[in-house]
Write a protein of this length. Structure first.
Length: 357
């Protein structure tokens, strides 16, 4: 960077300008960015950083520190507080500009594409109690059936295949089933384990797609039965799906249509856990009876998942919830964290659609 160089700040502003235009043109954004430009980024990242055996985010952190070091070094050579201030402001503007630019170009414009459920013609509506009960009935039947295909033992399942195997299986299922959702499979997106164990969960997240390195991470301490679904959820983000509800929905469809009973079970179990949250809220008495009659194995698994999740508490529920909410809202997702609850509605709409065809 030269003496009066504002390049990164300017690039950031241009990127925001394009984002502004994209807001009014979701179809063009989907067509040009999500389906043509982004797949190139997907492949370049997957064929380079994707092969690293450790999270590439370490490179990102290293780069941030190097840039900071360079800034401090330069700052020392400036004389007088006015010069120092001017230099600092410019450095800050350039730093922010670079972050915005890379975020948007590497992934962020996907926020402006046509929502996937709109592309699929799905109409997610809040469920009535009757509809919810029907849905719960279907989901628990499927969960029970898939669990039996894994084991006859009703003790909670706490161990599955090794992580590299799981990642491979989920990815290959993505490849086989993504076209059903109108998305193309390309590249070889990675979802890596992010050490140290428990760190991400303490931050209040189970998994995250990191646009700057183009790969996603999950916490190694995540319950075995939650892993298949969560990896699929993160991989959905790797395909340019930004909305949390949609990523959940895609994970549910992909895992649910898998040949692998473990993936199928993980998907129905997650949906069931979302559904019964609403069930409990809408009809607590009925919910108790339902719980009593629930398959032993499925119930033990749900208890085991709940215990595992309670064993590691985030530093601050409020902060992690709020920051996530603010992040989502700043991206134009008006419902904020509520969009996470879309899965039961989307699953219901999908089941109706599948029945109709
Ligand atoms: Zn997500």
């Amino acid at each position: 960077m030269g003496k009066r160089d504002w390049s990164w700040a300017i690039l950031g502003v241009i990127a925001l300008g394009i984002r502004y235009l994209a807001t009014f043109n979701p179809e063009a954004t989907d067509d040009i960015y999500s389906r043509k430009f982004f797949p190139v980024i997907r492949n370049v990242i997957d064929r380079t950083l994707g092969y690293l055996p450790f999270p590439s985010v370490y490179f990102f952190i290293l780069t941030v520190f190097l840039v900071l070091g360079f800034y401090l070094y330069k700052l020392r050579s400036k004389e007088g507080w006015k010069r120092k201030l001017k230099y600092s402001l410019r450095a800050l503007a350039n730093g922010l500009g670079a972050l915005i630019f890379f975020f948007l170009f590497l992934w962020g414009y996907n926020y402006q594409r046509t929502p996937i459920f709109q592309q699929l013609g799905l109409n997610p509506n809040p469920l009535t109690l009757e509809e919810l009960k029907e849905e719960v009935f279907i989901t628990q039947k499927l969960a029970q059936q898939y669990r039996l295909a894994i084991t006859n033992d009703t003790t909670a399942i706490t161990e599955i295949l090794t992580y590299p195997e799981l990642e491979k299986i989920v990815r290959s299922n993505m490849g086989e089933n993504l076209d059903m959702l109108g998305l193309n499979f390309t590249g070889r997106p990675r979802t890596k384990l992010f050490p140290p164990p428990g760190f991400m969960r303490k931050m209040g997240i189970l998994g995250i797609y990191f646009p700057f390195t183009g790969e996603s991470y999950i916490d190694p301490t995540l319950h075995a039965l939650e892993q298949p679904f969560t990896v699929a959820h993160e991989m959905a983000h790797s395909y340019g799906v930004t909305n949390e509800g949609e990523a959940n929905f895609i994970a549910w469809v992909i895992c649910g249509n898998s040949e692998d009973p473990l993936l199928k079970y993980s998907a129905q179990l997650r949906l069931l856990m979302y559904q019964i949250r609403d069930y409990f809220r809408m009809d607590p008495e009925d919910y108790k009876i339902f719980l009593k009659n629930l398959d032993r194995g499925v119930r033990n698994d749900m208890i085991s998942i709940r215990d595992a999740s309670e064993a590691i508490q985030p530093f601050s529920y409020e902060i992690s919830r709020k920051s996530n909410d603010i992040f989502l809202k700043s991206q134009g997702v008006k419902a904020g964290v509520n969009s996470y609850q879309q899965l039961p509605m989307l699953a219901h709409a999908w089941r109706i659609k599948m029945k109709g065809e």
